[in-house]
Write a protein that binds this ligand. Structure first.
Ligand SMILES: Nc1ncnc2c1ncn2[C@@H]1O[C@H](COP(=O)(O)OP(=O)(O)OP(=O)(O)O)[C@@H](O)[C@H]1O
Ligand SMILES: O=P(O)(O)O[C@H]1[C@H](O)[C@H](O)[C@H](OP(=O)(O)O)[C@@H](OP(=O)(O)O)[C@@H]1O
Ligand SMILES: [Mg+2]
Length: 346
């Protein structure tokens, strides 16, 4: 793959979290040059690029209200429009939709239809666009079939504020929400989260800590405010994740069902780099999708670098054989997962 150039456009935090320097070294060993793109400088003087890998979520969200960020985004979009043979991982419209929980939860809510045979669903949820009185909220919650406890999450699905959420136990506590937000029925799942990390046509399942079980139904308990990064990171351990009583161990989600889910989401989203958070309903054993993330951290996936480079190379091959407009990716052979991650064929 000599002479191939891959541009990366990441925040400093994301660049460090991903260890881009190590990926650049790894890629150089395969004849692929990794170039860090400076959004503040003209891209045309930094290119050309065969592929651009980016996580512009910061810029996209800030561009809503900041002219400088809007200019950076416009510069980027102008370059991409002027260079149609440069493949974006992932396309901006696809990424933008996942920055809005209203949009991503609409996609999740359709899964039980498209994946009916696999008994895959997502919890009932309600979009709260603006503030209203508690009795109207209570009525809307009941009409939508949202059960208590429920989880309140910000509409914006990216950045530190997006991980601040709350567990609400009764109608009276609906006064604690701050619209715009979503209210999603809480599902008891034994404090185990299954993170599915997708890289092109491969995916890896990683178990993580998760919120513990709570008694179903409304109860007179104060709202619990928490940050999701205190709950479901590999090292997360708190009163919120420690089960109050032992429950039977649930089997992990079937690899066939996860493969069907990933196939469906890849088609729906048109993306190659995303994460899906799955829990298993303690009572029905239903595979329940609670979240979708763009370009996640892939922590616990030792095959991330090789899978990302393999996917980038599949894009190169597609470009070579099908001309510069090609952007869909071939299925590729699977490799066995590492000790902490499992891959299943698609
Ligand atoms: N409907 C739900 N039922 C049960 N637990 C839930 C539900 N929604 C969220 N949780 C718990 O809260 C945690 C964070 O939720 P979610 O993944 O939506 O937040 P997030 O900030 O988007 O997370 P991240 O971006 O880190 O994946 C989950 O890992 C899970 O432990
Ligand atoms: O853009 P943000 O900060 O929302 O991206 C998060 C993402 O939402 C997930 O929280 C990632 O965690 P995992 O799903 O566990 O991979 C975060 O990855 P991290 O490695 O930075 O914790 C993203 O930052
Ligand atoms: Mg999540």
């Amino acid at each position: 793959m000599s002479g191939r150039r891959v541009g990366f456009c990441l925040s400093d935090k994301k660049r460090r979290r991903m260890n881009l320097d190590a990926f650049a070294e790894f890629s150089a060993g395969h004849g692929v040059e990794v170039v860090e793109i400076d959004l503040a400088q003209p891209l045309v003087t930094q290119g050309p690029f065969d592929v651009i890998v980016h996580k512009l979520s910061d810029v996209i969200v800030e561009a809503e209200h900041d002219s400088q960020s809007q200019q950076l985004l416009t510069n980027f979009q102008s370059y991409v429009s002027a260079h149609p043979s440069t493949v974006l991982l992932d396309p901006l419209p696809a990424m933008t939709q996942l920055l809005d929980r209203f949009a991503s939860y609409r996609i999740m809510s359709k899964l039980h239809n498209s994946l009916r045979d696999w008994h895959i669903c997502s919890p009932p949820y309600l979009e709260i666009h603006s503030s209203s009185d508690v009795s109207s909220l209570q009525q809307a919650v009941m009409t939508q079939g949202i059960s208590f406890p429920l989880v309140c999450k910000t509409r914006v699905a990216h950045g530190s504020l997006s991980h601040e959420m709350s567990l609400i136990f009764s109608a009276g506590s609906l006064a604690d929400i701050h619209p715009p937000c979503v209210l999603q029925s809480f599902v008891n799942h034994g404090a185990v989260l299954h993170k599915v990390f997708v890289v092109g046509d491969r995916h890896f399942c990683v178990e993580r800590p998760s919120l513990k079980n709570f008694p179903s139904g409304p109860c007179d308990r104060k709202t619990i405010f928490f940050n999701s990064h205190q709950v479901s990171k590999p090292e997360s351990s708190s009163d919120l994740t420690a089960l109050d009583e032992q429950v039977p161990c649930l089997p992990p989600p079937s690899s066939e069902a996860v493969a069907a889910l990933v196939r469906e989401l890849r088609t729906q989203l048109g993306m190659a780099l995303f994460g899906v958070d799955i829990i298993i309903n303690l009572h029905t054993h239903t595979l329940t999708v609670i979240d979708i993330n763009i370009f996640p951290g892939y922590e616990g996936v030792p095959q991330f670098f090789s899978s990302l480079l393999s996917h980038i190379e599949s894009v190169f091959n597609k470009q070579t054989f099908a001309g510069p407009q090609a952007t869909s990716f071939p299925e590729s052979a699977q490799t066995k997962g590492g000790p902490s991650a499992a891959t299943t064929g698609l």
